[in-house]
Ligand binder design. Structure first.
Ligand SMILES: [Zn+2]
Length: 422
């Protein structure tokens, strides 16, 4: 490489074979028969992939730090040690029937960026870091993303440690058990700016034939725990008029939730994903139902109105049918608007690397949403087949995978010049 290229770095690119090989290799940890991954947070499989990442860090000559929430940071030094690092990252945990790309892609692409910088001899002023956030998915320990939430000061570590999985194991205990409760207090790690690369998990980019999404923000999200209490009774002898069937009321409420969502415009998303019925017997009228509700909308005011409407209508429905009803909000994430300067760096990196690009709002939650509260943040999306995610068939094309990684590389390099100018 000549001196001019070294200085400007315009020709720098990630090594695509090793990025694609890393995706295939890490898919072994928790790999499923259907070609997906089951790698719930803080399981043996999660520990294996973390250990793998640690090995890669060492091979790269990077400095590995683990914080008290188990978040892993890999650091390459910059030429000015007084500057805080530019951080790239995502997560390596998956849903129970997850794919090979959600989260994993962002971490492995970040690793390929570190390697490209290291091997080219291109010298950044800021240190550059890669982070693997713990328990992004929230499928073993709910809610989602609480390790970046603790990092950003939105949740206390004490609260997080007490969260339990379905077997009653606490997050704190599980973290100790896999040996990833690190020394550095979570949140004390400096960050100058944060970039997260991810598959879109929706159909927009693929449908349009656009390779890069410059993500301008994340829609507002709220999670709820709904409980209905009626009365268990004999299915054969209890007449219709005397029944207090909690599941039947839950069914009415689910339909009503869908109608309310529809009436608030097509950007509204309302999903009931979990239902537990007691006692769960063929010949017993269900006495108790617990169900989840996930609400999303790009606008904070609209999501608040939808919540209000559901509360009122569900309570009315339950009362009419003699069912005790409660709706507890267990998590809330306001709409996030990413840093305009960082989003612009992504758009320019796309143009510089010859990729088509459009602005997009994230429909899914990401660790970047919490990071956006504490530092300049942006995200980069690439298409995924049929917009499918949280599914073992999740797929991204090799060309898009490499293109996204190169946009990440050039956005971070541009951020090095943009922040703390000399
Ligand atoms: Zn993800």
């Amino acid at each position: 490489m000549d001196q001019k290229t070294l200085r400007t770095g315009t020709n720098l690119a990630v090594d695509s074979p090793s990025l694609l090989a890393d995706i295939a290799e890490t898919a072994r940890f928790g790999g499923t028969a259907k070609g997906g991954i089951c790698r719930l947070a803080l399981t043996l499989q999660d520990r294996q992939v973390r250990d793998w990442l640690g090995t890669q860090a060492a091979a790269l000559g990077g400095v590995l730090t683990v914080d008290s929430m188990g978040n892993q940071f890999i650091r390459l030094p910059g030429s000015d040690p007084s500057l805080p690092p530019l951080v790239m990252g995502s997560h390596l945990d998956t849903q129970p029937t997850g794919g090979k790309y959600d989260g994993i892609y962002g971490v492995l692409a970040g690793l390929s960026v570190l390697r490209a910088l290291q091997r080219s001899g291109y010298r950044m002023r800021h240190p550059v870091e890669l982070v693997n956030w713990t328990n992004e998915e929230g499928s073993r320990f709910a809610p989602a993303m609480f390790s970046s939430g603790v990092f950003a000061g939105a949740i206390t570590e004490l609260q997080a440690y007490e969260i339990r999985d379905v077997d009653g194991i606490s997050f704190g205990q599980a973290l100790e058990e896999i040996g990833y409760r690190g020394d550095e207090p979570c949140g004390q790690h400096p960050v100058r700016a944060y970039f997260e690369l991810h598959i879109e998990q929706g159909p927009v980019l693929e449908k349009e034939g656009t390779t890069i999404g410059a993500v301008t923000g994340v829609q507002a999200m709220r999670w709820f725990d709904l409980r209905l209490n009626g009365q268990e009774a004999h299915a054969g002898t209890t007449p219709r008029a005397m029944r207090r069937d909690a599941l039947l009321t839950a069914a009415h409420i689910m339909i009503m939730i869908d109608e309310i969502a529809q009436s608030h415009g097509e950007d509204t998303r309302a999903t009931v994903g979990i239902i537990h019925v007691q006692p769960g017997s063929t010949n017993v009228v269900p006495g108790e139902v617990q169900m989840s509700l996930d609400l999303r909308h790009p606008d904070d005011d609209v999501i608040a109105a939808v919540e209000e409407c559901i509360r009122k209508e569900a309570a009315r429905q339950a009362e009419q049918q003699g069912i005790a009803f409660s709706m507890k909000r267990i998590w809330k994430s306001p709409a996030v608007h990413f840093d305009p300067a960082c989003v612009e760096l992504v758009r320019r990196a796309a143009s510089q690397t010859g990729q088509t690009c459009r602005d997009i709002v994230s429909g899914a939650g990401h660790d970047a949403a919490y990071m956006g509260h504490i530092c300049p943040t942006a995200m980069i999306f690439i298409p995924c087949r049929n917009g499918l995610s949280h599914n073992e068939a999740e797929h991204a094309e090799a060309g898009d995978i490499v293109a996204g990684a190169n946009v990440l590389l050039h956005a971070v390099m541009a951020a090095d010049a943009h922040f703390d100018p000399v």
